[in-house]
Design a protein. Structure first.
Length: 569
């Protein structure tokens, strides 16, 4: 056993310089011998060292050995090669025993190589969208070889090369298309203003997906920006379109040819200008010669026109008479005359729509809905009934004698009425009777006062009675037949007084005239009075006489005395 010298403290001994280290990291500087108080001796001993040969840790050696036997069986390495000679007091090679040979299996050799494109993505990125094929190839640099174990017959499988050594994909096909002008070249329709198609897109190569590498998803070809049949359009100008629209019943109830809004202009399609990018052509405004501005009609613009005018007229009375002045007949009656003539004061006129106004209307015209100017209206002349009484009422009444009874007269129609003439006052042979009045019949027993006095007064009648008056006598009026039916009443001659049966008229028999005077004059007594009284103081009259008198000198009957006016009393 070699003696190993170790320093007490490794830090106290300078390290071996790097450039003095050997292959086995031994220090190549001379190893100091002995101890030194200031410096300890470092361990410099090295044993003899052996190494395996062939070296199992050297891949090149392993490959070489395995190549020699094809890698089918194990190979051996021996512990013979000396790689470190002993130094200082290290073990010698004879002292270091040789180890038994070792058996080594050959490791499998995997296939080695590389793809020209490391990933499939790289291949896909090379696609240009034209549906072309793309290939990826594996180049083998080391063929695979199975390895062997430590014992014969034991096999270690190597990683094989990819199979196949190339793979192909078909790239996706991008859509290819182009715009093609429409032929023949279309023209704008200014009535509709619709855009026109100037070109269409035609797909010549439709997009298609790829046929991918195994395990990869399909790639879709890029679509065209337009689909097959897409069109490019060009805007067109549009001209205004419109029309006059009738207002229908605008003239309803109007018969005098008034101006009305008969139509309104309705714009159904408004003008539209072309897009400036397509030329900017202007659309025309609506045009109509009846518009206020014939080159630019306005929506809801009104057009005023006249309504139909109805006829106006009236009947005018003529001068014809039912009595014919030229006739020599006693009866100048005419059966029929033209009593009226129709005069049209306003003719019917057509309105804006060609509809004529209604004709003059009158129920008495030949055509009630269309009277004609100077049309005549005929009228049957009325003929009055003609008749008379055989006696007038006065003549009939004159036949009455005051003795009562009836008198009769008869009405005879000599001409019947015609055409609404006036009827007669009575029917034919109508009789009218009247009752004649009966006059009153009466008489006085004495015709007058003289006869009364002559027959009733004796020679001594002048002798006063006890009251101082002479003898009073009377006469009597007797009615033998009363008046009736308006007959004349009896007149007894009493100053207009109507006599009644047995009416008496008194008188005094004649006597010597009284002589006396009044105590007052009438004028004195009538001053402011209506009735006066005065007393007679005549003598030799017996007693006094009182006279009552109205200042109006009207005759009054006082105390049975019939008195006359004062001047004659």
């Amino acid at each position: 056993m070699a003696i190993i010298h170790r320093p007490a403290n490794l830090d106290d001994f300078p390290p071996c310089p790097e450039d003095a280290r050997g292959p086995s990291h031994e220090c190549a500087i001379p190893c100091p011998i002995g101890d030194n108080a200031k410096r300890r001796v470092r361990d410099c001993n090295r044993d003899c060292e052996r190494a395996w040969s062939p070296d199992p840790n050297d891949p090149a050696v392993v490959a070489r050995e395995c190549d020699l036997n094809g890698g089918k069986k194990p190979w051996f390495s021996y512990h013979r090669r000396i790689v470190q000679q002993p130094r200082y007091h290290g073990l010698t090679c004879e002292q270091v025993p040789e180890l038994r040979p070792r058996s080594h299996g050959c490791p499998p050799i995997d296939c080695q190589g590389e793809w020209d494109y490391s990933t499939r993505e790289e291949v896909e990125e090379q696609c240009t969208g034209m549906g072309e094929e793309r290939k990826r190839t594996f180049t083998v640099t080391t063929q695979p070889r199975d390895g062997s174990g430590l014992s014969y017959g034991e096999t270690k499988l190597a990683k094989p090369c990819p199979s196949p050594l190339s793979e192909t994909m078909r790239c996706p096909t991008d859509c290819v298309g182009a715009w093609k002008d429409v032929s023949p070249k279309p023209k704008c329709d200014r009535t509709t203003g619709e855009d026109i198609v100037i070109s269409r897109f035609h797909v010549t190569t439709p997009a298609a997906h790829s046929t991918p590498f195994p395990g990869r998803r399909r790639l879709q070809g890029a679509p065209c920006q337009h689909t097959d049949g897409d069109t490019r359009t060009k805007s067109c100008p549009r001209d205004c379109q419109g029309q006059w629209v009738s207002q229908g019943n605008a003239c309803a109830g109007k018969t005098d040819g008034e101006l009305v809004a008969s139509h309104k202009y309705q714009i159904t399609v408004r003008a539209k200008d072309q897009d400036s990018a397509d030329g900017g052509e202007k659309g025309k405004q609506c045009e109509d010669p009846l518009c206020e501005d014939r080159t630019n009609c306005k929506h809801n613009e009104e057009r005023k026109q006249r309504c139909p005018t109805d006829c106006l007229g009236h009947w005018e009375k003529t001068t014809e008479s039912c009595a014919d002045p030229g006739s020599t007949n006693v009866d100048q009656w005419r059966k029929q005359i033209a009593s009226h003539t129709y005069k049209i004061t306003r003719d019917e006129l057509s309105g804006f729509d060609g509809k004529r106004g209604s004709g003059c209307r009158d129920d008495e015209c030949a055509d009630q809905n269309d009277c004609k100017n100077d049309e005549k209206k005929f009228q049957l002349c009325p003929r009055d009934c003609l008749g008379s009484w055989d006696k007038t009422e006065e003549a009939l009444e004159s036949e009455c004698t005051g003795d009562g009874g009836t008198r009769t007269r008869t009405y005879t129609i000599t001409r019947e009425l015609m055409n609404g003439g006036a009827p007669c006052e009575e029917k034919n042979n109508t009789q009218h009777s009247i009752t004649c009045p009966t006059d009153c019949v009466g008489s006085w027993d004495y015709q007058n006062r003289t006869a009364l006095l002559a027959n009733e007064c004796a020679p001594d009648t002048g002798t006063p009675n006890t009251k101082g008056f002479k003898k009073e006598v009377f006469r009597t009026y007797t009615i033998f037949r009363d008046a009736k039916d308006g007959g004349t009443p009896c007149d007894a001659g009493l100053d207009g007084e109507q006599a009644a049966n047995n009416t008496r008229a008194f008188a005094y028999c004649p006597a010597v005239d009284c002589v006396g005077s009044w105590n007052a004059t009438v004028a004195d007594l009538c001053a402011g009075e209506n009735i006066i009284a005065r007393k007679s103081i005549a003598l030799p009259c017996t007693g006094s006489m009182m006279q009552m008198q109205s200042c109006t000198t009207r005759v009054l009957r006082v105390t049975g005395i019939r008195m006359r006016d004062s001047s004659s009393f």
